[in-house]
Design a protein around this ligand. Sequence first.
Ligand code: 3PY
Ligand code: MG
Length: 281
Amino acid sequence: MQAVSSLSPADPAETKAETTQGETRVSETVSLAEKLKSGSPVVTGWSMLAVPILAELMGRGGYEAVTVDFQHGAHDIASAREALAAMVLAGTYRLARIPVGDNATASRLLDLGAQAVIAPMINSVEEAKAFAAATKYPPLGERSWGPHRAAMLDGLPLEAYLEKANRETVSLAMIETPQAVAALDAILAVPGIDGVFVGPSDLSLTLSAGADMDRDGEKTTQAIRTIADHARAAGKIAGIFCMSPEKVMEARDAGYTLMAYGADMGLFHAAASTARKACTV
Ligand code: 3PY
Ligand code: MG
């Protein structure tokens, strides 16, 4: 079967057939939450440039999920909105990361179609509760009503979106500091927090009090293992940002199910470099 390169919206059957290199792609019937909770691995590409079609291209290239990075990426709300919609064309799961403490943006990105939101620097139960409140509807939380675009992207009437929203939108608290590691079990126990997501760069920076950016150091490696163990014991999702394919495999072996690897900026730069070097003139 030839790879599908048309610009038509991805049909689930076609999407499966398209995958000659990876084994599986998004099945429209399995939600991201279900997939992650079942223990199936999900590798997410990382959308940093405010160029929506790059998120779509990551999906068409084989990523089963893409995360719009609203913390360190160049996105604004318009490019995030369009990137989330473009992902639908590629049949990928849709995630977004918010800036530190910006719970209003968490609700807004869910309204615009994100199926999971990642909140950086959640260091306490109070911060976890505030994040969960913004991302879950009553009685679990206080998310305000207005998911019109999200329901549209899912092809659902609003009532059906409401019925599934608390169950199927995923709220992930980033564990990036010693305070967060100390509060890990309590954060995992917050109703509405579906799991945790590790930022190894900040974790190594904070564990060394700013002395080191050693993501592979002993303290960081141990903390990364502990976080996965505790998340699994709590029956919640463990996710992590990875700097190499080897790290993705390592994380998977440690019990993580959501692994981020590959940012649009780095991927495009590497592809450009490879392409030019191949022209030996
Ligand atoms: C970190 O490694 O600190 C991250 O937040 C990854 O994006
Ligand atoms: Mg970080």
